[in-house]
Design a protein around this ligand. Structure first.
Ligand code: AMP
Length: 190
């Protein structure tokens, strides 16, 4: 199984690259942000519990996020592999994911970090807001989400670096060139 974690701050291009990667490698894409937004839209119990957190760019508690993620993996028993996008965001989530995959006889193959600086991120998110009108993307909340990334989420990277699974890719540039670099890293890890 080919299990990839696509890592990077909000607006780094994870969604764009993930959709190209799933086509290339026939993987199942699991974005915890998309799943939460779907629950909110459908007004499920989970959606009601997490709405305020998402509206404020605050991380959802680990136990809720891990349960939702595992449920999604189990729904796809025939998958050739997964692209995890926006997950894990804490070391506890990374450890839970490892444990869960081991229980399925699998493991994370590679962690791809899309590296984008803060100025570029702000420019991209302003652009995305114009197109999607996402409620959590206004200025104040964006700062909060970026803060969450640099305060909490980045601490996951050493966890994977220690396992020699981390590959850093420059996320600024032409989409297809970034994609080619990601594919090169995946092919080398296969
Ligand atoms: P994203 O679209 O990945 O930027 O996620 C949007 C929001 O969903 C985040 O700001 C968090 O509130 C929540 N979220 C998504 N993934 C996670 C995660 N792995 N752990 C905790 N909260 C998450």
């Amino acid at each position: 199984m080919l299990n990839i974690v696509l890592f990077g701050p909000p607006g780094a291009g994870k969604g764009t690259q993930a959709s190209k990667l799933i086509d290339e490698y026939q993987l199942v894409h699991i974005s915890t942000g998309d799943l939460f937004r779907m629950h909110i839209k459908e007004q499920t119990d989970l959606g009601k519990r997490v709405k305020e957190l998402l509206d404020n760019g605050i991380l959802v508690p680990d136990s809720i996020t891990i349960d939702m993620l595992e449920e999604e993996v189990v729904k796809n028993p025939d998958a050739k592999g997964f692209i995890f996008d926006g997950f894990p965001r804490t070391v506890a989530q990374a450890e839970a994911l490892d444990k869960f995959l081991v229980s399925k006889g699998s493991a994370i193959s590679l962690v791809l970090q899309l590296d984008v600086n803060e100025d570029e991120l702000k420019r991209r998110i302003a652009e995305r807001k114009k197109v999607s009108g996402r409620a959590d993307d206004d200025e104040e909340k964006l700062v909060k989400r970026i803060d969450e990334y640099f305060q909490k989420t980045v601490h996951v990277l050493p966890y994977y670096a220690e396992q020699s699974k981390l590959k850093v890719v420059n996320g600024i540039g032409v989409i297809d060139e970034i994609f080619a670099e990601l594919c090169g890293a995946i092919d080398a890890a296969k």
